[in-house]
Design a binder for this molecule. Structure first.
Ligand code: ATP
Ligand code: MG
Length: 191
């Protein structure tokens, strides 16, 4: 059983995440992909409450049997370290081969993460590379490159549009848009 682990702030999750996750499942032959929203991102300030990010992830992936949301980082106190997450998953699913999915930008930072050697030992590293993007040749750890469909959308852009009162339709799943609207996230009225 090959178990993918897709970590991120998911503030909010968007169609870029979904198409990348789907392409990665096929390319890597994953049986399941766990979406793991990070509690306190050690290298990044996250603003939206964990419970809402989890609700948005659940809404985004609903109906795709390959995907599941996992709140193990949200149930821990303190920062989310990938190495702790991979250790916990290894303990919970001893038979699974773990595949840790991340963007090339992220993986370049890996040496600054806690226990990078242990991360590389616990999981196969897979780098999501969007069409036209080159996977850095100087990666510090061996990683499988996964070509994915390029959708030019980011959480930053969704937050910017919501704050400016612009429509975020068709960039996020309807379930995600509904939460953003209900909770008035990102400082604006989303349409
Ligand atoms: P932000 O704009 O706040 O940085 P983001 O859109 O990059 O957010 P994250 O939650 O940081 O979203 O992303 C989680 C993972 O998804 C990261 O590894 C990131 O590289 C990847 N990712 C983000 N956007 C896309 C996209 N459009 N296509 C493929 N992968 C993406
Ligand atoms: Mg990002």
């Amino acid at each position: 059983m090959r178990l993918g682990v897709y970590g991120g702030a998911f503030d909010p999750p968007h169609l870029g995440h979904l198409v990348a996750a789907s392409d990665a499942c096929e390319a890597l032959g994953l049986d399941r992909l766990l979406w793991v929203p990070s509690a306190v991102h050690p290298l990044k300030a996250v603003r939206t409450a964990p419970a809402l990010r989890l609700e948005m992830v659940r809404g985004a992936i609903a109906g795709d049997p390959r995907f599941a949301a996992d709140d193990l980082e949200l149930r821990r106190t303190g920062p989310s370290y990938t190495v702790d997450t991979l250790r916990a998953l290894r303990a919970r699913e001893p038979g699974a081969e773990l595949v840790f999915l991340t963007g090339a930008d992220n993986l370049r930072d890996l040496p600054r993460w806690r226990e990078p050697d242990e991360i590389a030992r616990l999981a196969t590293l897979a780098v999501v590379s969007r069409a036209g993007e080159t996977v850095p040749a100087d990666l510090p750890y061996p990683a499988v490159a996964v070509p994915v469909t390029r959708l030019d959308v980011s959480s930053t852009e969704i937050r910017r549009r919501a704050a400016a009162g612009q429509s975020i339709r068709y960039l996020v799943p309807e379930a995600v848009r509904a939460v953003i609207e209900r909770e008035r996230l990102y400082g604006g009225l989303s349409r």
